[in-house]
Ligand binder design. Structure first.
Ligand code: PMT
Length: 439
């Protein structure tokens, strides 16, 4: 029995797709693991599976007609009491109805009345899935906080091969467990929404990074993104160097999120203690010169370049080949430093195939002015300001708080929260702003 499912009330919505038969296995898995499952079918679904099957599997009456009601159960009371509403399979038609707030059958009416988290598992022909209407509908649902259980690539009932095959019941079961684990530790969690102060109001708490695989991939699909992360390390002699406290967490979160959103991601990383996110190409570098060289290799092949690395502004003019010795008669040591190239400014100033260029500003005082100055000086499209004077955000912290500027001023502010969530908001904003700049 699963801890996440014990005593949970789950509405399983079944629509008229051929994958409806897989909903039987899902229903059985949920019940077996302790959930109370209430099935609502659309009239078309009943043409594919008999409602008696679900009644036997769930142990509860199955609802189809909006006028179906027992003494104490209607679409409103079902929707009021559920911990999670999962629609599997979700046809393009039902997805479109949900987007538009239709309530023309028991299932769509219950969705409209639901106050619990909702997850949809699309299942349809690949062309229907890729159609801009469906993608925009899924994006809209995702923005409203609906979990999209992205379909798999494979053989489809219509004979085509492509993306549109509903996730397997076991995969949906795992997704349900992770949604419940995250969302329902306290039933009042949905009331305590994050203090979102930007221009992209999100009605629900965004997903943790481990769950970004649940997001629709549409935001980042077709984008090549290059991200720098971590510190650079500038040698003084074979055992000493100049560096800073960057842990790489912010840049790695951005890379992982961009990849989860469907982008092709290259990460140029200084020395850090983090694993490369799955599906991301990583290039390891140490110095600013090496980082510049890697960035120059990829920048003009990228649509977006994000400079999150804390690049050392200066390096030792001469690197000693042997360990510098402490001299008895020397109370001080003068190191001659020379300026490092400015990597993100080099990208911002490209004249051909210039990517959409985003920099970070790590400031300890007068942040807004310095950030805006850097945006212009480095020819950036966006700059992300973070205050690195506070120990609980910025360098080597798990959280961050950022303000984003474009050439016309502030466009968003994301209050203090985990770098995983900041990365999710920021990547969505970057993809959207980049797309808009190309229109
Ligand atoms: O790695 P974490 O521990 O998670 O911390 C994250 C962070 C605080 C390092 C990150 O959020 C951040 O602010 N990164 C930028 C750090 C920085 O070097 O800021 P800056 O204000 O000095 O530089 C401005 C921009 O120019 C940055 O995009 C930087 O990458 C870039 N730059 C700077 C100098 C240089 N020689 N080349 C550059 O490309």
């Amino acid at each position: 029995m699963s801890e996440q499912l014990k005593n949970r009330k789950i509405i399983l919505g079944v629509t008229g797709g051929i994958a409806a038969y897989k909903a039987c296995t899902l229903c059985r898995l949920l019940v077996k693991n302790g959930a109370s499952v209430f099935v609502i079918m659309t009239p078309s679904a009943t043409k594919l599976i008999n409602k008696t099957t679900f009644e036997a599997l769930s142990g509860h009456r199955v609802f189809v007609d909006i006028f179906d009601r027992t003494e104490d159960i209607s679409h409103i009371s079902l929707a009021n009491e559920a911990d999670l509403f999962v629609i599997a399979p979700a046809t393009a038609n039902t997805i479109s109805k949900i987007v538009n707030g239709a309530a023309d059958n028991m299932l769509t009416a219950a969705v409209l009345a639901a106050i619990c988290p909702i997850a949809v598992a699309p299942a349809m022909n690949n062309n229907m899935y890729n159609n801009v209407a469906t993608q925009e509908n899924l994006n809209t649902l995702n923005k409203r906080g609906v979990y999209i259980l992205t379909p798999n690539y494979g053989n489809l009932a219509c004979g085509s091969v492509g993306t549109g095959r509903m996730k397997e019941p076991e995969e949906i079961f795992d997704d349900i467990c992770s949604i419940l684990a995250h969302r329902l530790t306290s039933k009042s969690e949905t009331e305590g929404l994050p203090n979102y102060q930007g221009k992209l109001p999100s009605p629900v708490k965004p997903l943790e990074l481990s769950q970004t695989k649940l997001l629709p991939k549409a935001y980042g699909v077709g984008f090549k993104v290059l991200i720098t992360a971590g510190p650079t390390v500038e040698p003084i002699d074979p055992v000493r160097y100049i560096s800073n406290y960057s842990s790489g967490k912010m840049g790695y979160m951005l890379a992982q999120t961009a990849q989860a959103l469907g982008a092709e991601v290259t990460l140029v990383s200084g020395p850090v203690n983090l694993d490369c996110p799955k599906g991301v190409r990583k290039i390891d570098v140490k110095t600013a010169i090496q980082m510049l060289s890697a960035v120059e290799d990829y920048a003009q092949r990228s649509d977006i370049v994000i400079g999150c690395a804390a690049v050392a502004d200066y390096r030792a003019q001469n690197v000693a080949s042997c360990k510098l010795k402490k001299e008895d008669d020397q109370d001080s040591l003068c190191l001659n430093l020379v300026k490092n190239p400015d990597i993100i400014a080099t990208v911002g100033k490209l004249e051909h195939n210039r990517p959409f260029t985003v920099g970070f500003a790590a400031e300890t005082e007068n942040g807004v002015n310095y950030a805006i100055e850097k945006l212009h000086k480095k020819h950036l499209d966006l700059i992300v300001l973070n205050d690195v004077s506070k120990p609980d955000i910025g360098f080597n912290a798990d959280d961050n708080e950022i303000t984003v500027f474009d050439k016309d001023g502030q466009i968003a502010h994301f209050g203090k929260q985990s770098k995983a969530i900041i990365a999710q908001y920021l990547m969505e904003l970057i993809f959207k702003t980049c797309k808009k700049s190309k229109d």
